[in-house]
Design a protein around this ligand. Structure first.
Ligand code: FMN
Length: 336
């Protein structure tokens, strides 16, 4: 498939999330919004290049526009991995400079790269020289004792000079010592003002903000404040309908709203196909648990799916049974 220009899609994106935004999750999210940009989980460049784990690039054509996030810090290896990603059809290659996990630190990539903007620029240059699709960066505002006011403009100016045209900034520091990856997504304080000031300093850089954004109202406010894009992570996973079902109309100005029921109906043939290829129901339905979040019957939906989907032989009829909880309890609440 020919790559598409995804800059406009980056007005709203769903964040890369390890173990969460796998291909099944992205397919589900695509049923709710035709236009939001979707990111893969981080795939490490060594896994692709040295490990030959090309199955990590598998995705469905329906997922487009979809961006591949890479982890790594070796410019040549990242360039090779980018080539593999572009050949597999991804619309964008994103370099992870924000992930604080131990495993990632030991491989010298992720947030620790905030300390080495020269190396990041070298990596971006090598990646851009290799692929035609956009190369973007996802970063933090700094790490540990760094002063974000100083290091973030320096970091951004280096990647801009290397030709990066789009960045997503998770608006908090990563504290690399003493906090778990999960704590690093909540404890360091958010600083949206700083991200907004960076947009002022780099007017030609497409800046997306990330961190703690949970509603489409917030997305609209941040876009109205002059930012180019908003990336939503956990809220998009846990309440996908709230974040995505009205996004095409409200954020992109075209298209109709979707519903949880529509998404379920669209997932059934996808589930059939996955099962016929030897897959398990749970691999897909684990991402669907939040579809009816906040609606009467949501608990029955979740319970039916989480208790039944791991049983041998479980199939689409379980999803239909789970749906019965929602419609039986709240027929009037079917429209989103
Ligand atoms: C389960 C999980 C896995 C994550 N994995 C990645 C990852 O692979 N790459 C990355 O850049 N960020 C990762 N993140 C961070 C998110 O992309 C995002 O920056 C963070 O959750 C803050 O956004 P939010 O408040 O909207 O969730 C992960 C977050 C979660 C919850």
């Amino acid at each position: 498939m020919k790559p598409i220009n995804v800059t406009k899609n980056a007005r709203l994106s769903v964040a890369p999330m390890m173990d969460w935004t796998d291909r099944h999750c992205r397919y589900l999210h695509r049923q709710l919004s035709g236009q939001a940009l979707l990111y893969t989980e981080m795939v490490t460049a060594p896994a692709l290049v040295r490990g030959g784990a090309l199955h990590l690039l598998d995705h469905d054509p329906a997922e487009h526009p979809v961006a591949l996030q890479l982890g790594g810090s070796d410019a040549r290896e990242l360039a090779q991995a980018s080539r593999l990603g572009a050949e597999a059809g991804y619309d964008e290659i994103n370099l992870n400079c924000g992930c604080p996990s131990d495993r990632v630190q030991s491989g010298t990539f992720g947030a620790v790269l905030m300390r080495d903007p020269g190396l990041v620029a070298e990596c971006v240059t090598a990646m851009r020289d290799t692929v035609d699709v956009p190369v973007t960066v996802k970063c933090r505002i700094g790490v540990d004792d760094q002063d974000p006011e100083e290091v973030l403009p320096e970091f951004l100016s280096r990647i801009v000079a290397a030709g990066c045209e789009r960045v997503t900034i998770h608006a908090r520091k990563a504290w690399l010592k003493g906090l778990s990856p999960k704590e690093n997504r909540d404890i360091p304080p958010l600083d949206y003002d700083l991200v907004q000031r960076m947009k002022g300093l780099f007017p030609n850089l497409h800046v997306s903000i990330n961190g703690g954004i949970a509603t489409l109202d917030q997305v609209e406010e941040l876009l109205d404040s002059g930012l180019d894009g908003v990336m939503v992570g956990r809220a998009a996973y846990h309440q996908p309908v709230d974040v995505l079902a009205q996004a095409d109309r409200r954020i992109f100005g075209s298209g109709c709203d979707s519903t949880a029921e529509h998404a379920v109906a669209a997932m059934l043939p996808y589930i059939e196909r996955h099962l016929s290829e030897g897959g398990r129901l749970h691999q897909i339905t684990r991402h669907m648990l939040g579809l009816f979040a906040g609606r009467p019957g949501a608990r029955g939906w979740r319970r039916t799916l989480s208790e039944g989907a791991t049983q041998g032989g479980a199939g689409p009829e379980l999803v239909e049974a789970a749906l019965g909880h929602v419609t039986a309890l709240a027929p009037e609440a079917k429209a989103v």
